[in-house]
Design a protein around this ligand. Structure first.
Ligand code: SF4
Length: 349
């Protein structure tokens, strides 16, 4: 690293892209709308998961094939797409028996499910824990009661918070899903939700920017002019800040957008959807992290080192962030990609 003569330089390390410590791969078992008390205004799980109208035995058979493809056994089974803890008892038993078989064969290391904050009975939590489920992802969406009411979620912020605590108290790892841009939400409110989620010490977060799929109540509200999705710029900037907060707290964010699915994408009326959204958000998070560090520490940027995996997204979509980095004094010649796990910023002191 070139060092200006007679100038003292200090190195500041910062976390980038926190990785989950659970299994190497998640094998999802999608159970669209199973156990849900109704259809949430924005939800199109059937299109989103591509598992529309498929019977449970067929879903599990297909999941078994995908699990067997991971011969290492280092995979995690994940029951997604509905409200697992409110599933019909018979169907839940079939799923848990399947999980038992996969674990006994050494094909699955651990398991998780997603559910609603208002669907956590102590009896069901005991039951799923006995079968080896160790992480529960809560579709919290927001901790703000007015946004939850506007989105007709059917519970309030207090229930959302209490359910996070109940999951951890019952001995599970906690995952929290948030829905930036949901009706009634604002960037400020979402960033507050992220702070509240991080305070609950989750094992992972997911951010699903709110989209407008055809056939939902949200599509009607959108057509009536009663809902406006967040623009792309605002989404990328806000999620970038949120991701930077999660990195700083050491919490992995395991999704930054709904996974690509042809039937879902063709049904979208509006919303911040972009194939490179995750990379764009990571680039923003990196820029935000370095900007904050420079503001806190003062001094001038001399050099920046980043893990090699950041190289692909560093300058953002079509190099849009290049001028921002140059403005910080970090032109191309002052940035290096290395084998380190963390970032290092060298500042004059
Ligand atoms: S958002 Fe969750 S609870 Fe609501 S319908 Fe979709 S899967 Fe069910």
């Amino acid at each position: 690293m070139p060092q200006p003569a007679g100038v003292k330089v200090e190195k500041h390390c910062f976390p980038v892209d926190v990785r989950s410590r659970r299994a190497a791969a998640i094998v999802p078992v999608f159970l669209p709308f199973s156990g849900c008390p109704g259809r949430c205004v924005y939800c199109a799980q059937d299109r989103q998961t591509g598992a529309h109208a498929v019977r449970l035995p067929v879903i599990l058979e297909e999941a078994g094939r995908r699990v067997e493809a991971f011969s290492s056994g280092d995979c995690e089974l994940a029951f997604y797409g509905g409200t697992f803890t409110a599933l019909d008892a018979y169907e839940r038993q079939i799923c848990l028996d399947f999980l038992d078989r996969m674990r006994e064969c050494g094909l699955v290391r651990c398991a998780r499910c997603s559910t609603r904050p208002d669907a956590l009975s102590g009896t069901v939590l005991d039951e799923v824990r006995k079968h080896g489920l160790s992480l529960i992802e809560l579709g919290v969406q927001s901790f703000d009661s007015s946004a939850l009411a506007r989105s007709r979620r059917g519970y309030d912020g207090k229930t959302a918070l209490q359910s996070c605590r109940a999951v951890r108290k019952a001995g599970f790892e906690l995952g929290i899903q948030l829905l930036p841009g949901m009706p009634g939400s604002t960037p400020e409110l979402f960033l507050r939700d992220v702070d509240m989620a991080l305070a609950e010490e989750p094992s992972c977060l997911r951010f699903y920017p709110c989209l407008v799929p055809e056939g939902t109540v949200l599509a009607r509200w959108y057509r009536e002019g009663n809902y406006r999705p967040w623009p792309m710029n605002e989404t990328v900037d806000t999620l970038g800040r949120a991701l930077a907060s999660a990195w700083a707290a050491g919490v992995p964010v395991i999704r930054l957008a709904v996974a690509p699915e042809a039937a879902f994408d063709t049904s979208l009326l509006a919303g911040p959807r972009h194939p490179a959204l995750g990379a764009m958000v990571q680039a923003r998070a990196l820029l935000h992290t370095v900007e904050c560090l420079m503001r806190e520490q003062g001094g001038q940027a001399v050099h920046l080192e980043l893990p090699a995996r950041c190289q692909g997204f560093f300058y953002g979509d079509r190099g849009i962030l290049r001028r921002h980095w140059e403005r910080l004094g970090l032109g191309k010649d002052k940035v290096a990609f290395t084998s380190a796990e963390c970032g290092s910023l060298y500042l004059t002191s």
